[in-house]
Design a protein around this ligand. Structure first.
Ligand SMILES: O=C(O)CCC(=O)C(=O)O
Ligand SMILES: [Fe+2]
Length: 333
């Protein structure tokens, strides 16, 4: 607004050489006595007649024209502010008991879920909560992820570890950590129990927030830890910044949840989660340790993860399906 104000007040005031007095349209002739051109013949003192008659004028002309100009500028600013806007849905330093945004489900999503009675959400959308998982629980998960990832790691910027199957990125491929002899020294049943408790809490939160019975949704694969850095991608799995729809990327996803294990702005920069909404609106979630984000996995929730600029970002993806045949069981070791 300040800029608009500056433009308006800095507009040059029109230098009008008046040939006619505005009042009564009376002619004002130059004072012959002061004129240097006193000897010029009379023709030169005859005022120029506008070809199409005197210009149109009406009361408060200047005020009106400025009002119209200002309104036009307002319209342009308003229109531009609707396009390409970013809404920070959850800032890193805020804590939410629960913050939600409802959306209309994508038609594909609704059609697919209709065949699973009781699994269709009351409304599609997204929810963020910071009070579900304790700091200690988060620390346990972060340690599990770090210990496992020390046994491998992608050559590119995204390493994943699946506690259910033992799959871990190594180089440009995957290995099974449970087949390694070091596995026995890094995994224990206490940690697995904590993982199960966390997974169960998230399961119930998903059911509660979307108004479905907890026994109508099932844990599915892949459910995995992720580590993201700014290392250039080596394979397609490293390109975590590509926009995608989870239901299409992962065959059985119907509800996606993410648990963030460390902090945006402290442990890493970049790496924010972004929903790409209608009219080019970005709805952003800044990762915060212990923060859980839950959303329906259809086209209503197209998203990406911004590239990490510095540091290392850790998260756990926990996914649910309506299809009992695609369910997976709890991990055990
Ligand atoms: O880690 C995240 O914040 C989201 C990752 C993601 O979109 C995915 O794994 O499909
Ligand atoms: Fe995703």
């Amino acid at each position: 607004m300040y800029i608009i104000y500056k433009i308006i007040i800095s507009m040059p005031k029109k230098q009008v050489k008046k040939t006619y007095c505005q009042h009564n349209n009376k002619e004002i002739l130059p004072d012959k006595s002061t004129s240097n051109n006193a000897n010029h013949n009379d023709r030169e003192n005859v005022p120029i007649q506008p070809k199409f008659g005197p210009a149109l004028s009406f009361p408060y002309q200047k005020i009106w024209s400025r009002c119209i100009l200002i309104s036009g500028l307002f319209l342009i600013v308003w229109f531009n502010s609707k396009q390409g806007k970013e809404i920070i849905f959850a800032k890193q330093h805020d804590t939410f008991l629960s913050r939600s945004q409802h959306l209309q489900c994508a038609p594909d999503y609704t059609n697919e879920l209709k065949i699973y009675p009781g699994c269709l959400p009351e409304k599609c959308g997204r929810i963020v909560t910071d009070n579900l998982i304790s700091s200690q629980e988060t620390d346990t998960l972060l340690q599990i992820a770090k210990n496992a990832m020390n046994l491998g790691g992608s050559d590119g910027g995204a390493t994943i570890f699946d506690l259910h199957t033992g799959a871990l990125s190594k180089g440009t491929k995957f290995i099974n950590v449970y087949a390694l002899k070091q596995a026995s020294s890094i995994f224990n049943s206490t940690d697995f129990n904590i993982y199960k408790i966390i997974k169960t809490k998230i399961h119930h939160a998903v059911a509660h927030h979307f108004g479905v019975d907890a026994d109508k949704i099932f844990l599915t694969k892949p459910t995995f830890f992720s580590r993201m850095t700014n290392t250039p991608a080596k394979t397609i799995h490293d390109k975590y910044w590509l926009p995608h729809i989870d239901k299409n990327t992962y065959e059985h996803f119907h509800y996606t949840s993410l648990l963030y294990l460390n902090d945006f702005g402290r442990d890493f920069d970049g790496g924010r989660f972004i929903f790409i909404d209608k009219n080019n609106v970005n709805t952003t979630i800044e990762p915060r340790k212990g923060r859980v984000s839950i959303f329906t996995s259809g086209a209503e929730n197209l998203h990406l993860v911004e590239r990490v600029n510095t540091g290392t970002r850790y998260a756990l993806t926990v996914s649910f399906t309506c299809n009992i045949n695609a369910s997976i069981s709890d991990p055990s070791y």
